[in-house]
Structure formats: structure tokens, C-alpha cells
Design a protein around this ligand. Structure first.
Ligand code: URA
Length: 179
């Protein structure tokens, strides 16, 4: 089921980003993953490789995942947008809207215990406008799903303070998951 969906995503032409991307990046992880991470959009390296979070943000995300006793191979990782916006500009609302059914379907199929929203775009797209500085470290129940909110790893690469906050947020997540 997931494979068919990901093949559809790779062929998707619902928005104009299909014309500038090298590869769509559907996401990856086991279909029975208990923890599901949602970023913003693929960057240059992800676009090259067709895989999520394989650049510098991905190195930090993997470190944070490992720190709470999980391996990258046992979680699901994707982003709100499945195609890279040119020059990594922020996603437009209509691109988020066009891609949203794919994320919804991935969540339906994987049905994780917790969905971790990484940064403002993921939080705002799924829950609604909420400052990351207020939302981070919190769980939020919505439509029968449990979401956990934190910063995007790219923000932590720019600020040691944010990086510290992310480590604390992941510790909150670890305790909730009893890992
Ligand atoms: N940032 C994201 O939000 N997603 C990726 O896949 C890579 C970087």
C-alpha cells in the first residue's frame, strides 16, 4: 500500500514543483513505525537522492532519534512537501494543499503512536498557526492522533540554544514513549 502511494508521489504533477525537482521525496520507514517525523520540504541533497533528511539536518535528526533509543530504520520520516521548492524557498499554501492528501494517506497507513512535527511549517500545516517557541515540547491530540511539536533541525543548526531545546524536547518524547 505504502509502495503504491510512494510510486504515485514520485509521478505526481499536482503542483508546479514537479517541473523543477530532480526527484520527489515521498519519505521512508517501516509501515508499522510507532514514531512518524514530519519536516518541511526536501532540500538539495534530498532532491538529488530522493530520500528524506539525508543532508545536515538529517544528521542531527538521526542523532536525536538515536539519543532516545530508536534507530533511523525503525521510524518513519517524511516532510509536508514531497518536492523541493527552488532555492529552498518556503512552501506556498497551495503547494502544501496539493501535497496534503499524501501526508494524510501516509498517516492513515502507518497509523503511528506519535507524529512529531518538526518546525513551523509542519505545525501550522497540520494543527494551525502556533509559534514553535510556544508549541515545542507539547503533545496535542487532534482527529484521533497524537502529535508532538518541536523545532526543525535546521533551526538547531543555526542556534545552539534551539539545539539544547530540541535535546530537551526529545527527552520529553522519550519519557512519554517509555523508551
Ligand atoms: N528538511 C526537511 O524538512 N525535509 C527533508 O527531507 C530535508 C530537510
Amino acid at each position: 500500500m505504502l509502495k503504491r502511494l510512494h510510486d504515485d508521489i514520485r509521478r505526481c504533477t499536482r503542483c508546479s514543483l514537479h517541473a523543477t525537482r530532480k526527484n520527489a521525496v515521498p519519505g521512508e520507514g517501516p509501515v508499522d513505525a510507532q514514531v512518524f517525523f514530519v519536516g518541511e520540504a526536501p532540500g538539495a541533497i534530498e532532491d538529488e537522492q530522493g530520500r528524506p533528511f539525508v543532508g545536515r539536518s538529517g544528521v542531527l535528526l538521526t542523532e536525536l532519534i538515536n539519543e532516545i533509543g530508536l534507530s533511523r530504520g525503525e521510524v518513519f520520516i517524511t516532510s509536508v512537501l514531497k518536492s523541493r521548492p527552488p532555492s529552498n524557498r518556503p512552501p506556498y499554501a497551495w503547494e502544501i494543499g496539493a501535497c496534503r492528501p499524501y501526508l494524510d494517506r501516509q498517516l492513515e497507513i502507518v497509523n503511528p503512536r506519535v507524529t512529531v512535527l518538526l518546525g513551523a511549517v509542519a505545525i501550522t500545516s497540520i494543527i494551525g498557526p502556533w509559534k514553535v517557541s510556544e508549541a515545542h515540547g507539547r503533545f496535542y491530540e487532534c482527529d484521533g492522533r497524537t502529535f508532538f511539536m518541536t523545532y526543525h533541525p535546521a533551526a538547531a543548526l543555526r542556534s545552539t540554544k534551539v539545539k539544547e531545546i530540541m535535546h530537551n524536547d526529545f527527552e520529553i518524547l522519550r519519557r512519554e514513549l517509555c523508551l
